[in-house]
Design a protein around this ligand. Structure first.
Ligand code: GLN
Length: 312
């Protein structure tokens, strides 16, 4: 039976923080100009249990942009709004390609393959319900807020920065439209996608989202059920399949925890029925995953035997 004491959690946090605080490889994302400006030395780790206990170390109260970690969350809302049909429309298989791959659309145009990469996520975003475009966005922000502490907001500066430079995502969106894959006006879907990626939150607030997922969709702080357990199951399954893009296979072998990275430097790892581990550190590897974030989670997974296949 798994039960880490507070002391053990604190010890794991300080050990992993010390071990990797001087690891200085990788670099901030710079294809979104605003992300290049973020202080590369920021480093925070937070653990939230499925009962809502939070322990943390480092810069855990500094807001950063959620980026691709919004993808499994938006996928959850699209499932709530539309049901199982989403899985048929978008597909569930790993692409093996980079997150902004165009090739993966061309390889299989009637199936984008999964909601964790840009193409699939833009498609999923087009299925969010609402009478108007702004209502769809408000619903998305409010849903993600309910998974956390209700204080998340749109980062105007990163949103503008990405909007003025996202030619590649525009191309992906047009291509999706050419294959009739979208369920809303194309550029409206892309705008909502970009806004979702620009949601600002702290390491601790992201850990609460993770705790809600670890707690089968019930927010342990508010005790409200935000999403059905069977949809959480899909969200976590897709994180396991493609949460770290083309390096997801290595991640599963070495870490074995459903996880999702974002180019803002966050990584969310969810151990069902137990806890969430969140790391924020902006420098990324070439696949777009936080370098320190991966090391910390890998270390804690080994230390505490968190690999899915080691669970009894
Ligand atoms: N907003 C980013 C993009 O569309 C998200 C990418 C990511 O975090 N991997 O490129």
């Amino acid at each position: 039976i798994f039960a880490l004491t507070n002391t053990e959690i604190k010890q794991g946090l300080s050990e992993s923080y010390e071990k990797f605080k001087n690891l200085n490889t990788g670099k901030n994302a710079d294809y979104i100009p605003d992300l290049a400006k973020v202080n590369s030395s920021l480093f925070g780790i937070a653990i939230a249990t499925n009962e809502g206990k939070i322990e943390s170390i480092g810069n855990v109260d500094t807001p950063f942009s959620i980026q691709s970690i919004s993808k499994p969350l938006i996928y959850g809302l699209a499932l709530k709004d539309n049901g199982e049909i989403i899985n048929e429309k978008v597909g569930l298989d790993a692409t093996g390609h980079k997150f902004n791959s165009i090739e993966s659309i061309e390889n299989n145009p009637t199936h984008i393959q999964n909601p964790m990469v840009n193409a699939g996520a833009i498609q999923v975003t087009s299925f969010i319900k609402g009478k108007t475009s702004s209502e769809k966005w408000e619903r998305a922000l409010s849903f993600i807020n309910k998974l956390s502490d209700g204080k998340l907001y749109l980062g105007e500066s990163v949103y503008k920065s990405e909007t003025s430079t996202n030619l590649r995502n525009q191309a992906i969106t047009r291509l999706l439209n050419s294959y009739n894959m979208l369920n809303s006006e194309p550029m409206d879907a892309l705008d909502r996608y970009t806004k979702a990626c620009s949601i600002m939150l702290t390491t601790k607030q992201l850990a609460i989202i993770g705790a809600t997922l670890a707690n089968n969709g019930t927010n342990p702080l508010t005790r409200q059920n935000i999403i059905e357990a069977n949809y959480v199951h899909y969200m976590l399954s897709e994180m396991a399949v493609n949460g770290l893009y083309e390096t997801s296979g290595q991640w599963w072998v070495h870490v074995g925890i459903p996880s999702k990275s974002g180019v803002g430097g966050g990584i969310l790892a969810v151990v069902p029925n137990k806890m969430a581990i969140v790391v924020f550190s902006p420098p990324l590897d070439p696949s777009g995953n936080s370098v320190r974030g991966q090391e910390v989670i890998k270390y804690l997974s080994k230390k505490w035997n968190l690999h899915y296949l080691d669970q009894k």
